[in-house]
Design a protein around this ligand. Structure first.
Ligand SMILES: *Cc1c(COP(=O)(O)O)cnc(C)c1O
Length: 351
């Protein structure tokens, strides 16, 4: 069954080969204080710089998931409170976790079809971090780099944290526009779940050291102390890190992936526009995701399309949360081949 679910998603076809290499190379039993592990970590960070254009002074850290990163940011980085701009379920979960840790957390909810109105955005002095869900997987919307740049310019003194769980590795991100970026590997990296990526810029590192929070198993201070020598503070997911390393070696530089995903998304959107009763979940092209396509329609039709797709060996991603009955989602992730997208388009064109 070919899955178009937006996470866990289709893994790279080279995965069995990587797994076999991991076993035969003995990396799975390597101690995380050994030079073998330290070189793997260092090389993976270097590959993020080469392939994803992570700036030289940004640091790669490993966590267990994007969800864990929500807590780490509030616990170890935010001084007084974060301000969240969000439109869907993942952004909502983030603000809820943040509020639990720091009760003065606040934010605004926008619609999936809306772009952030930066000139009229009012964020008070007391918020020291702005939290943005760059790609909202639940409703297939995104905040493009232009809006992030405008927020950066308007609030140069505040830290910016960006959830790119379902876009990092798929689209070109301008890392210098924010201080904290995070993702999970089961989306655009085409890998099995169980590894979170956390990236910190210099301002975020500085504020972490100032805060000096060090009481928890995942206190960022511990992570940074260990990362200084390419180690981790607890026994990490070495297999996940190895697989990430192999994927980064094999993928093209991000601008090429970015371009091909945009072209494919345009083909998918055109196909949906030509059907008689299916619609794009997000009409506004300025807020529409590049890596996740949301399709809406009458409940009966959505059920029928999903069932028929399954009969043809294709699994469409279900709608998320409140959108579940009246929509489905398609991951436009790099591990899905052009031929597979064409096959899906041929199927969807019959509606
Ligand atoms: C999938 C997803 C998450 C959660 O990722 P986990 O690895 O399951 O913690 C968070 N935010 C967004 C935008 C996501 O797509």
């Amino acid at each position: 069954m070919l899955t178009f679910a937006a996470g866990p998603s289709k893994v790279y076809e080279a995965l069995p080969h990587y797994l076999n290499d991991a076993y035969t190379q003995g990396i799975l039993s390597a101690n995380h204080r050994s030079s073998v592990f330290m070189s793997l970590y260092e090389e993976t960070e270097q590959l993020m710089k080469e392939k994803l254009h992570l700036p030289e002074n940004y640091q790669l850290l490993f966590t267990s998931s994007a969800t864990e990163n929500w807590e780490i940011i509030s616990q170890s980085i935010v001084q007084s409170a974060s301000f969240h701009v969000y439109s869907g379920s993942f952004g909502k979960k983030w603000i809820e976790f943040a509020k639990y840790i720091l009760p003065h957390t606040d934010g605004i909810k926008i619609q999936a079809n809306q772009v952030i109105d930066v000139p009229n955005l009012e964020i008070e002095e007391r918020f020291d971090l702005i939290a943005i869900t760059q790609n909202e997987t639940s409703n297939a919307s995104q905040v493009s780099m232009d809006y992030l740049e405008a927020i950066r310019e308007k609030y140069a003194k505040k830290l910016i944290a960006v959830d790119t769980t379902s876009s990092m590795g798929g689209i070109e991100l301008r890392f210098e526009l924010a201080d904290i970026w995070y993702a999970s590997v089961q989306k655009c990296f085409g890998l099995p779940a169980g590894l979170g990526i956390l990236i910190l810029g210099p301002k975020a590192k500085e504020q972490t050291l100032q805060k000096g929070e060090r009481g928890r198993y995942n206190s960022l201070t511990f992570m940074l102390e260990n990362a200084a020598s390419y180690q981790t503070h607890y026994t990490p997911n070495v297999l996940g890190i190895y697989l990430l390393n192999r994927v980064l070696q094999d993928i093209p530089e991000i601008q090429h992936t970015d371009k091909s995903l945009r072209e494919r998304m345009l083909k998918l959107e055109t196909c949906i526009a030509q059907t008689s009763s299916l619609r794009l979940l997000v009409d506004n092209e300025l807020s529409r995701s590049t890596t996740v396509l949301g399709v809406s329609g009458p409940e009966e039709l959505i059920t029928r399309v999903k069932k028929e797709a399954e009969k043809q060996g294709m699994q469409l991603g279900s709608g998320y949360g409140p959108l579940k009955p009246t929509s489905f989602r398609i991951a436009n992730f790099p591990a899905i081949t052009d031929a597979e997208i064409d096959r899906l388009i041929a199927f969807l064109s019959t509606y």
